[in-house]
Ligand binder design. Structure first.
Ligand SMILES: [Cu+2]
Length: 120
């Protein structure tokens, strides 16, 4: 007796269907639009995998404030300092006294989510 061709194709489609559902789930998570640029000076908005603006330039002595505009938690991590876990709407501030370039990343999402503060 020959195998039922419909049964075989269904079995073959199962892994493909699983991969497709995984791919569409991942794609929808990445498709979150970035938050608007902050309206106040010396401010950075946090979105899904993005800081807006990604690079900010301030003068020495300035306090920079990050606001989490995303539904996910994020935290600001400099090599020497880790900010708290921020829920949506929460802020973190850091004062920069010495000129230089200060790269940072999200303490939760790591090098996929980075920004820079340039202090003049
Ligand atoms: Cu993050």
């Amino acid at each position: 007796m020959k195998p039922d061709p419909l049964k075989i194709s269904r079995r073959a489609l199962l892994p493909a269907a699983l991969l497709l559902s995984l791919w569409t789930h991942t794609a929808s998570a990445i498709d979150v639009p970035p938050p608007p640029a902050p309206t106040e000076p010396n401010a950075v908005n946090i979105g899904w995998m993005v800081f807006v603006p990604a690079q900010i330039t301030v003068s020495a002595g300035t306090t920079v404030t990050w606001t989490n505009a995303d539904d996910s938690n994020h935290r600001i991590k400099f090599p020497d300092q880790m900010g708290p876990r921020l829920d949506k709407g929460q802020t973190y501030s850091k004062t920069f006294t010495t000129p230089g370039t200060y790269p940072y990343q999200c303490g939760i999402h790591g090098p996929r989510m980075t920004g820079t503060v340039v202090v003049k």
